[in-house]
Design a protein around this ligand. Structure first.
Ligand code: FE2
Ligand code: FE2
Length: 283
């Protein structure tokens, strides 16, 4: 059912001279979150009890997400030979758990759950596209391109199921917008920050959300270009039932780009501040 396999990637083309050290911690952290996809499938199957079509789709989806983790984890181990993907993931799994014992969606409805999934896939599709375009390292470029294509297919998958549920549940435009905005706002929660901690920091270092989200976002946001945000905004608009390529979407994309640049600069300032004592010590 998968569209590609980890073994098919041209791992022997790895070129250490092309590795950007700013990308390595991001790849290692992303591997954690992706690998955790199977837990999310358990939750989705509980929320969509009695919908066998969706159950099958969620199972296949999770296989692909786990494979994203494995491919990124393998690249992380090659780029940083001292790093152990399995060990880092065991730490992540032990410390970060999503509540899989749900009887209903935490988004209030099945349509809402699917809109939230569309937001996540919009984010990952844009992110891996940005990383694929930014990196000069051929293996990472290949892996990110393959993952980005999967993420876009995932978006379409959840979007199609969302349309099916929307016809039954009839969520208002404002309700849809609220779920979408809420899920986008969660991108700076613990899921990624804790993944950054487990994959990049020593177990003896206590976890700090602020330090780790700055470590992640301060690097990740640097790789986005306006075109990625523009395309992503089109997908957000489509998910909530607005015209994806209209004037409003263009306006929102410009606003989101400004917001991203402002957040990026703040996170980078925090990163520099974090590095300052270490640099002073080294000098
Ligand atoms: Fe993924
Ligand atoms: Fe995905």
């Amino acid at each position: 059912m998968k569209h590609w396999r980890v073994e098919q990637v041209s791992w022997d083309r790895f070129d250490p001279s092309k590795v950007d050290p700013e990308i390595v911690p991001l790849v290692k952290a992303a591997a954690m979150v992706e690998r955790n996809g199977d837990d999310y499938a358990i939750y989705l199957k509980r929320v969509f009890r009695g919908d066998p079509d969706f159950h099958l789709a969620a199972e296949n989806w999770a296989l692909e997400e786990v494979q994203h983790g494995d491919a990124l984890g393998r690249w992380g181990e090659i780029a940083d030979p001292g790093w152990n993907y399995a060990e880092a993931f065991a730490r992540y799994r032990a410390g970060y758990k999503i509540d899989i014992n749900a009887d209903a969606s935490i988004r209030g409805s099945r349509t809402g759950e699917l809109i939230a999934r569309c937001m996540v896939e919009t984010g990952t599709s844009s992110y891996y596209t940005a990383l694929a375009e930014a990196t000069e390292e051929p293996v990472l470029k290949e892996v990110c391109r393959l993952i980005a294509a999967d993420e876009y297919r995932h978006f379409k998958l959840f979007y199609d199921h969302m349309k099916r549920y929307l016809a039954r549940e009839d969520l208002s435009f404002l309700q849809r917008l609220k779920v979408a905005a809420g899920r986008i706002g969660e991108s700076e929660d613990d899921e990624l920050a804790f993944a950054f901690h487990c994959s990049n920091e020593d177990p003896s270092t206590p976890y700090s959300h602020d330090r780790c989200i700055a470590g992640y976002m301060g690097r990740a946001m640097n790789f986005y270009r306006f075109r990625h945000i523009e395309r992503g905004m089109g997908m957000v608009f489509k998910s909530v039932g607005l015209e994806p390529r209209g004037r409003l979407s263009a306006l929102a994309a410009r606003g989101a780009w400004r917001l991203l640049c402002w957040r990026r600069d703040r996170f980078r300032a925090a990163l520099l501040q974090e590095a300052a004592p270490a640099l002073a010590q080294a000098a």
